[in-house]
Design a protein around this ligand. Structure first.
Ligand code: HEC
Length: 124
């Protein structure tokens, strides 16, 4: 009898943990970092090749652009936003101007941009 009660308590505890674990991630400004991660990993976004086709998440691995590993330690939110909207405003050393598409302000909705920025801010 006692065992049954413990089992029920354990089951309730487990369910509570599962229910609480799946909530939205509010790490930065409330934008959905999970949605940003998915967008970043899309092979195509709108009419463009997606971020992941040029940006690795492995430290120091260059595909076409610099790796995004640790981007949040190299720049703040304003820098990351500017780097996406006007990539040539501040070039990463060693990379040529005009390689990163200059169209993200049109291709991404404001919400999508916020999500990608929020996601990149988690890559410390
Ligand atoms: C065709 C290749 C290409 C695509 C697609 C691309 N980028 Fe880039 N990106 C680059 C290159 C090259 C640079 C380095 C030159 C510069 O600073 O603009 C760069 C620079 C950056 C930087 C600054 C990196 C740093 O280390 O300071 C960020 C942030 C960035 N890109 C984000 C994105 C995001 C987010 C997307 C998708 C919405 C994206 N990029 C799509 C090529 C690309």
């Amino acid at each position: 009898m006692r065992k049954t009660i413990y089992f029920i308590l354990l089951a309730v505890l487990a369910l509570t943990l599962v229910a609480c674990g799946g909530g939205g991630d509010d790490a930065s400004g409330g934008a959905d970092t999970g949605a940003g991660e998915k967008l970043f990993a899309q092979a195509v976004i709108g009419t463009q090749a997606g971020c992941i086709t040029c940006h690795s998440l492995t430290p120091d691995e260059v595909i076409v652009g610099p790796s995004m590993a640790g981007i949040a330690s190299r720049g703040d939110e304003a820098y990351i936003r500017e780097s996406i909207l006007t990539p040539d405003a501040q070039l990463v050393e060693g990379f040529p101007a005009g390689t990163m598409p200059q169209v993200w302000g049109d291709e991404l909705s404001d919400a999508q941009l916020d999500q990608i920025v929020a996601y990149l801010l988690t890559l410390k």
